[in-house]
Design a protein around this ligand. Sequence first.
Ligand code: ZN
Length: 394
Amino acid sequence: MAEMAQTRISRKVKTQMKEKTIPIHKERLIKNFQRLVSIDAPSFGERRMADVLKEELESLGFTVEEDDGGSIYGGTAGNVYAFRKGTLPGTPILFSTHMDTVEPSGGKKALVGGDGRITSDGTTVLGADCMSGTAALLEALKELSEEGADCRDLEIVFFIGEEKHLKGSAVFDFSKVKAKESYILDLTGPVGTAAFQAPTLVNFQIEVEGRAAHAGLSPETGIHAIAIAAKAVSRMELGHVGKDMTVNIGAIHGGGANSNIVPEHCHLVGEVRSYSHEQAMEQTRHIEALFLEEAEKAGGKSRMTYEVPICAYRTPEEHSCVRRFRAACDRLGISSSLVKTFGGSDQSNLSLHGVSGLVLASAMELVHSCQEYTEISELVKLTQLLKLLIQDID
Ligand SMILES: [Zn+2]
């Protein structure tokens, strides 16, 4: 999931229009949500979920294929891609959720409370992340099919391994995607909220190498790896760095079991996030330089390695996917609100491959905890919103 929307920057749009009544098979929607939640789908264990979703999509007239993404990670299923020709002109619109759930998730159940709130039994997550969006999307498609409504060409992707730093979409073959705009159902917050901007994330590891020596007899012959790391960290800016960047050292391990040895090694992990990809990379190089400098001063060595699991994107407000989203919210009589997120989602990889989009709030709250819940009223609203987005209301 994209982490909780962080900065609400956009205006509320007009909500005075009369709410459009969009019929929803509420009972069927809830039942299907419960059924999807009951399927165990930990990251890289999505086999049963993939089979169920493929069957659903095929019954809705989609051509469905599964890639071998799972085998790359030793998983049980690949990413599921589906296409259906529509009756309206225009390039396809892409909708996507992810199939995997964070732990603890084994044997999860969706319990409907009298207050319209759906929770787990408290021993697992609920899996509304991402089954709320998935159930709502399937229900919207079913209803439009039953109504014989005109739709645009549609592409749907259900990704594996999203919760493991977007592993599924990282290996997906985007060359088959014809859409230029996408809606990812993977954000907390009231339905009508959408993230249009997300950062670059750099995960780095630093190995500092010194020289071991007896700490009492000849400390002067050693090179203290922890001291090198400490000096470099003390020169780093941590937390918010400027307006649009954060820097963190998340862990530090150094030395051995004995207090009488000058530590030879020190290992650190950290991250940089920024809405500017260039600034994130520049900051990473700056941190690398600080460690190299301190290591050199002490006669030691330092080596940094890093991964960039997500790259920054910003979907312009004038983009057709934003216009369509706002128009749909207006039609529903709900406020639309564009927000930035400082977390990643599969939209990061879509944007990297030329598909601009929004991450939509999708009826999931307190995600990644056993208190996770969804509200029936929000599930219904999301389904209504999706019915509008699937049709051509631009
Ligand atoms: Zn998610």
